[in-house]
Design a protein around this ligand. Structure first.
Ligand code: GLN
Length: 192
């Protein structure tokens, strides 16, 4: 399998870190928790999990990880941000704005589907990436993404709105692929 001999880090400030690690291990990848700059060295991919983007943003400051993650991305490192992780990858953020990494050319709108009670599971339109056909998407106080730049491809949509996008080696999912136990989004992160 292509994923063998690869190493992926999961930013372990908050979120379903263990679920991400389990999916990666299922793909045959060495999966590690990232809690400092040294954890980024030699990674083939980095996952920024969901949670609360304000809290994760504070954690990035505490751990001194803002610039190291930007440098990792600019040197061609692959990153998957899920939900709050997608917000943190964005160029800008609306609705309770939070500092972001400004790596992905789009605007994230926090909590755009409403509050926690508006969490839901939905089937998607995989027209942009047929390999993901049939995926069930779990949304928890999810953001929406808009103002997509010209280099941002839409891989999945739900109700016509982008929910999984890619710009070069950066992937952002407004849902939680780790919670449905479907490894296909994580596998995309590892695609060469
Ligand atoms: N609502 C959270 C935020 O704005 C994201 C929720 C999640 O990651 N499930 O940061």
């Amino acid at each position: 399998m292509a994923a063998r001999n690869k190493r992926v880090g999961v930013l372990a400030i908050q979120g379903a870190v263990d679920k991400h690690l389990a999916i990666l291990e299922g793909l045959g990848v060495e999966a590690t928790r990232v809690l400092g700059e040294e954890g980024l060295v030699g990674l083939d991919g980095l996952i920024i999990p969901g949670g609360e983007s304000t809290t994760i943003s504070k954690g990035l400051s505490r751990l001194g990880l803002w610039e190291p993650i930007r440098a990792y991305a600019r040197s061609g490192g692959a990153i998957l941000g899920t939900c709050a992780g997608a917000i943190l990858l964005a160029r800008a953020c609306e609705n309770h704005p939070v500092a972001t990494l400004e790596l992905l050319d789009l605007k994230a709108i926090r909590n755009a589907y409403g509050t926690q009670v508006d969490s839901f599971v939905a089937p998607c339109d995989a027209g942009g990436e047929p390999k993901l056909a049939g995926m069930q998407c779990v949304f928890i106080r999810a953001p929406q993404v808009g103002e997509l730049g010209p280099d941002v491809e839409v891989l999945l949509r739900v109700d016509g709105l982008p929910v999984l996008v890619r710009q070069g080696r950066l992937l952002a999912a407004t849902f939680h692929p780790e919670l449905a136990g479907d490894p296909r989004v994580h596998a995309l992160l590892l695609a060469d």
